[in-house]
Design a binder for this molecule. Structure first.
Ligand SMILES: NC(=O)c1ccc[n+]([C@@H]2O[C@H](COP(=O)([O-])OP(=O)(O)OC[C@H]3O[C@@H](n4cnc5c(N)ncnc54)[C@H](O)[C@@H]3O)[C@@H](O)[C@H]2O)c1
Length: 309
């Protein structure tokens, strides 16, 4: 069969662009990517009342962004607001919002649009973990995991993406998890919600890419355990390759990834290798590796956040 001229041309265009893309990757492996300026950008962070959300707020405050802080905890959020002002932020707007409630997300989003303007960087960070084995986990808690860790992302995208598209300018950040890439025993509802968040963010990324909406960027973040309190008591069987991360380190990497417009950030780096191995390693070898890495026992002594007195 003789290939027609169009398919030959299409193939060589594809080849040329691929070589160019590969060269770009090689260049940026050696020299750091340029970082974008986020001064004056309106950055919305969900779950800003503690942990990563709070540290992200402080980073963006120092970078001169206008902050919109959402948390279900008014107390925690006000504390972050105060800290962001002390860190030099000029525009900080704190809203109490339960992201698990669709109507509340839409109502507060409308308020933000009127009072602050169009959000240009949306960081879906709010998250919860039940830490229970699947059959021990009450239905309501599993539903809540989905509402906060995944469904809230649908509603915030619906609220803020249209203006980003209209302005051809915006950045969607999804804080998923390494548990959104690999199933973990004792974390069934959490993993499922984080896989969903990952799949959703990646699909919308594909949609904007296919529509050539080049001004819309996406960053999907998949960290291993971080010392914020959310996974207190959890362990790693291999601290040299899979260390429990320091929050300041994790946040520095997240902000760098956003500023460099990286689509994916897995941390620690070994997670990239695990995902690669998972795609071809025979199951028995995979299970032996998981056992060696302490995956099956990582949740055994989970306590999570300590309750305040
Ligand atoms: N800590 C880790 O080990 C780890 C690892 C991988 C991914 N993550 C993800 O990182 C994100 C941040 O986690 P963190 O470690 O900072 O935890 P954290 O518990 O310190 O912070 C979570 C914040 O989300 C808020 N929140 C909870 N439910 C909410 C709701 N319904 N509406 C609005 N806000 C709500 C909480 O009040 C809290 O301020 C989460 O999405 C989490 O799943 C954390």
């Amino acid at each position: 069969m003789v290939p027609n001229l169009n398919s030959v041309k299409k193939f060589f265009v594809f080849l040329g662009k691929s070589v160019f893309a590969l060269l770009e990757v090689m260049v940026f492996a050696v020299i750091p990517r340029p970082q974008k300026n986020v001064a004056g950008e309106i950055v919305l962070i969900t779950g800003s009342g503690s942990g990563l959300g709070r540290l992200l707020a402080l980073k963006f405050a120092r970078l001169g962004s206008v902050l919109v802080l959402w948390d279900v905890s008014q107390e925690g959020n006000e504390e972050t607001c105060k800290m962001a002002r002390e860190a030099g932020a000029t525009g900080v707007y704190a809203y109490t919002c339960d992201c698990s409630r669709k109507e509340e997300v839409y109502r507060v989003a409308d308020q933000v649009k009127k009072e602050v303007g169009d959000v240009s960087i949306l960081i879906n960070n709010a998250g919860i973990v039940t830490g229970k084995k699947f059959l021990d986990c009450p239905d309501e808690l599993m539903e809540k995991s989905f509402d906060v860790n995944f469904k809230a992302h649908l509603w915030t995208y619906k609220a803020f993406l249209p203006a980003m598209i209209a302005n051809d300018h915006g950045h969607l950040v999804c804080i998923s998890s390494s548990a959104g890439l690999i199933g973990v025993n004792g974390l069934a509802d959490y993993c499922a919600s984080k896989f969903a968040a990952f799949g959703f963010a990646e699909s919308v990324f594909m949609e904007t890419f296919a529509k050539k909406q080049n001004g819309i960027k996406t960053t999907i973040v998949c960290p291993f355990f971080i010392k914020t309190g959310m996974f207190d008591g959890c362990t790693t069987g291999c601290p040299s390759l899979l260390p429990i991360l320091e929050p300041e380190y994790a946040v520095r990497k997240i902000v760098d990834a956003i500023l460099q417009e990286k689509p994916y950030l897995y941390m620690p780096r070994f997670i990239y290798f695990i995902v690669f191995l998972k795609s071809f390693l025979p199951l028995k070898l995979g299970m032996l590796l998981a056992e060696y890495m302490g995956v099956f026992n990582s949740m055994d002594s989970f306590s999570g956040h300590k309750k305040k007195d």
